[in-house]
Design a protein around this ligand. Structure first.
Ligand code: ATP
Ligand code: MG
Length: 488
């Protein structure tokens, strides 16, 4: 183990790793028996030292893909080929999934920048081609010996993002690493070293050679992380956002001479953070709440909060009196949202949902002090459909005024709207309540013809149903007869 490793980090890591140790030892011994090296590498090593749980267990080995496959076939319940040309074999045993990749020593053909896969023959070469020092650490198995040639552990302790080789070379080998840097800022709370930020700023334009799908996947991971705002600031400050989401830096509108309008960029980041604060707990974990309508992290809500005002730059008008207006920025914003998400190859459902929320984000502002009729409230609910709970959160989050009285007024008005929605729902549920016998059955029980008396009996049974809930058809007949006897 590294001599400089703070003991508390080591203790936390050992405790965190404990449940996996039998699996690691077992696999390590199987590879060793075949004369191969095996090491846990990358994300899981990093996450162990952060005390985070990471989903997949990634390994790197000196064994060839064929040799790996034979060992995993013997070890697991199932195994599969993740793309033999990349040298990765996956396997599952019980609830544990592992991915084992043959040592790599990447080369890049200087023209298309596509990585040319070449297998390596040692762990050090495999580590140096990785994106960041915190991801370039390995635990040799079966002894759990830490291999950290690039000082990843100290960088992790310092919250610092550095590249194993020079960042200029690293980012020109694979520009996606710049997106990954922003993602790790959001996910791990690390800060890129100054030379990393400099290299990102210089090379931001080269991101255009990376496929939209790979860029989107990193953007999604960034948005679903604990602190997306920090990651987004890195994207905007380095110029990467110009490639990925140009609508975002465009929100930094130049201040008009009267300083009348707010900084839409800062506003949007605040709305995003406030929307995140209104999400429920995650779906699993110690404080999970399976009934919460918007469990964290919610990609649709987060995207809508970030993008809700992107129609503003295009709709801005300076009014004669000196004011500024952004008429129809909701509709224009919804169109821009759909266009951008399509370019980033988001699926249709996600795109539609986000664009719809952007379109609806201003609807509540007609509510004023509660002047909406019941039918307007119903229309709001119907128009939002399955997005209603997210729309509640987006609208509440979209209030960043420093004027406390105004903020309180808006919050109360929205409380009032939600209360009216609840009342209407209850009423509509009640409207659906029927007595337990219908008109024909009542007529048969009492031996009477349709007419005012039948109406009276019907209303009596409805009252029983409302007062006592469902009591069953037989009991309802009994009560009906009693009522009839008393009445006559
Ligand atoms: P997570 O699984 O939480 O997304 P991770 O760090 O495991 O995080 P992966 O995308 O699963 O990220 O990649 C696994 C490992 O492979 C990384 O830790 C890193 O060492 C290496 N890696 C991944 N992508 C790149 C890349 N573009 N360039 C260099 N190394 C990479
Ligand atoms: Mg991973």
């Amino acid at each position: 183990m590294s001599p400089d490793l703070p003991p508390e980090i080591l203790r936390a890591a050992v405790a965190h790793l404990a449940p996996t140790v039998p699996l690691l030892t077992d696999l390590g011994e199987r590879f060793a028996k075949g004369g191969h090296d095996l090491a846990l590498v990358g994300g899981p090593v990093r996450d162990t030292f952060l005390g985070r749980t990471s989903g997949d267990l990634d390994f790197t080995t000196s064994a060839s893909p064929e040799q790996t496959e034979a060992i995993l076939a013997d070890w697991g319940d199932a195994h599969w080929d993740m793309g033999r040309e990349f040298g990765t074999i996956g396997a599952r045993k019980g609830s544990d999934t592992v991915e084992v990749t043959t040592y790599r020593a990447d080369a890049y053909d200087g023209v298309t920048r596509k990585p040319v896969v070449a297998f390596g023959d040692n762990l050090e070469d495999d580590l140096v081609r990785r994106d960041f020092t915190v991801n370039a650490m390995a635990l040799r198995l079966p002894d759990l010996e830490l291999v950290d040639p690039h000082g990843g552990m100290l960088d992790l302790a310092a919250g610092r993002l550095r590249t194993p080789s020079t960042p200029e070379v690293s980012f020109s080998d694979d520009p996606l690493r710049m997106m990954r840097a922003a993602r790790f800022v959001a996910q791990l709370g690390v800060v890129p070293a100054p030379e990393v930020l400099e290299a990102m700023t210089a090379a931001a334009g080269t991101l255009e050679i990376v496929s939209a799908e790979r860029v989107r996947d990193e953007l999604v991971k960034l948005l679903l992380a604990d602190d997306p705002v920090a990651g987004l600031r890195v994207l905007v400050d380095t110029g990467l956002a110009e490639q990925v989401l140009p609508e975002l830096p465009a929100l930094r509108l130049e201040i008009d001479e009267h300083h009348r309008h707010k900084d839409v960029y800062e506003h949007s980041l605040t709305v995003l953070q406030q929307a995140i604060d209104l999400e429920g707990p995650p779906l699993s974990g110690p404080d999970a709440d399976p009934d919460h309508p918007v469990p964290a992290p919610d990609l649709v809500l987060r995207l809508a909060a970030l993008l809700h005002d992107i129609g503003k730059p295009r709709t801005r008008r300076f009014e004669a009196g000196g004011g500024v207006s952004f008429h129809h920025h909701d509709v224009v914003g919804a169109k821009l949202t759909a266009k951008r998400m399509k370019a980033l190859r988001f699926d249709k459902d996600t795109t539609k949902a986000v664009a719809r929320l952007v379109e609806l984000h201003l609807r509540f502002h007609g509510y004023g002090e509660g002047q909406w009729t019941d039918s307007a409230v119903r229309r709001y609910v119907t128009d939002a459909g399955p997005l209603l709970e997210r729309l509640h959160r987006l609208t509440r989050a979209d209030c960043t005024t420093r004027n406390q009285r105004k903020a309180t007024r808006l919050r109360r008005a929205y409380d009032d709207l939600e209360e009216r929605i609840a009342v209407l729902r209850e009423q509509e549920e009640l409207d659906k309540v029927r007595p337990e016998l219908d008109g024909n059955q009542i007529a048969a029980v009492l031996g009477i013809e349709p007419g005012p008396v039948l109406g009276e009996a019907y209303r009596y049974l409805l009252q029983v149903r409302l007062d006592e809930g469902p009591i069953g058809a037989e009991a309802a007949q009994e009560r009906l007869r009693q009522w009839w006897a008393q009445r006559s």
